[in-house]
Design a binder for this molecule. Structure first.
Ligand code: 0GY
Length: 310
């Protein structure tokens, strides 16, 4: 790995990844914005390496290897301190790659797992001991098959005893159908990627309005202001997405999280530069107080509550 001073070589050998899937940026820029000491990347993934941690036979895409050491090199390059590693669908409910990464992070990573309804009690304890603090329910049909709602409810009941929260991934146009169900779930619920609003509909579009209404009406809901690279219509530098993230940060300053979404699975239009994603932070959280809550106070409260304020 070479450090050019302005960019960092993060390229890895390609696995047999989908040919139309773009690998992550090989040399992200050094951001001009310096995140405050202790900043958390609260949404990122590790993939493989496939030779050690095979992908799920039921996966809907095959990404490039995105191993823990590359994630940690990126964390340091961007000036971040910690990671929350979210289990992605390509690894199914085998959380081994994520657990291995957390174990090698020196306490600087925690995780959000995917589990099955019949995952054993001993396995849940093992995941908790390994740093898992949440479970993810993914409702995107291009990523997962339909799971019975009863399974999700049973999982939610089981993880409540561990103090975990639930992360939900949906597209905002599906919220009307999903809302009665997700509001019936117990405990804290974190919405991925701003609820995936239709950016072309503007801040007053129906989907984003529904997401904001839900956030305003139920204080159990949190939201990630992540993933401009997928939401944008205009493309980089994602100016069209900034108002959405800023609206959420200013409206719900104590229930927002930020993350890179590295290594950006399923990106086909362009390769995001994580240095630029960090440089967007002062645009979406314009004051030091908002930045501290977004990057430190909120993720610490959810993922490292035992260290909060320490
Ligand atoms: C993300 C987004 C995507 C993929 C997954 O679990 C996943 O496979 O979440 C996507 O394709 O939008 O958060 O990584």
């Amino acid at each position: 790995m070479t450090d050019t001073g302005t960019a960092r070589d993060l390229s890895v050998a390609m696995t047999a990844a989908d040919p139309d899937y773009l690998p992550f940026h090989p040399a992200p820029s050094k951001p001009a914005f310096r995140p405050p000491e202790g900043a958390v990347d609260a949404h990122c993934h590790v993939f493989g390496p496939v030779a050690t941690f095979p992908f799920s036979p039921r996966r809907k895409y095959t990404p490039v290897d995105a191993p823990a050491e590359t994630l940690f090199a990126l964390r340091d390059h961007l000036g971040l301190s910690r990671n929350v590693i979210v289990q992605a669908t390509c690894h199914g409910s085998d959380n081994s790659a994520m657990l291995d990464a957390i174990a090698r992070s020196g306490g600087r990573a925690r995780g959000v797992a995917v589990i099955d309804v019949d995952t054993s009690e001993a396995e849940l304890e093992r995941l908790h001991a390994g740093g898992v603090r949440g479970v993810r329910f993914n409702f995107l049909k291009r990523l997962v098959g339909d799971a019975p709602k009863g399974d999700y409810i049973r999982i939610a009941e089981r993880i409540a005893a561990l103090g975990w929260h639930i992360v939900v991934y949906f597209e905002s146009h599906e919220l009307a159908d999903l809302e009665p169900f997700i509001t019936s779930l117990p405990g804290t619920i974190v919405i991925d990627h701003m609820g995936r609003p239709e950016v072309e509909d503007g801040l007053d579009g129906a989907g984003f309005a529904a997401v904001q209404r839900l956030m305003a009406s139920d204080p159990r809901f949190w939201i990630k202001v992540s993933c401009p690279e997928r939401l944008t219509v205009a493309g980089p530098p994602y100016d069209d997405v900034v108002p959405f993230a800023r609206r959420l940060v200013e409206s719900f300053p104590d229930r927002v999280l930020w993350g890179t979404d590295w290594p950006h699975p399923n990106m086909k239009s362009h390769v995001p530069d994580e240095g630029h994603l960090v440089d967007m932070i002062p645009l979406i959280a314009p004051t030091e107080d908002l930045q501290r809550r977004l990057l430190i106070d909120n993720p610490m409260r959810l993922y490292w509550p035992e260290e909060e304020g320490a």
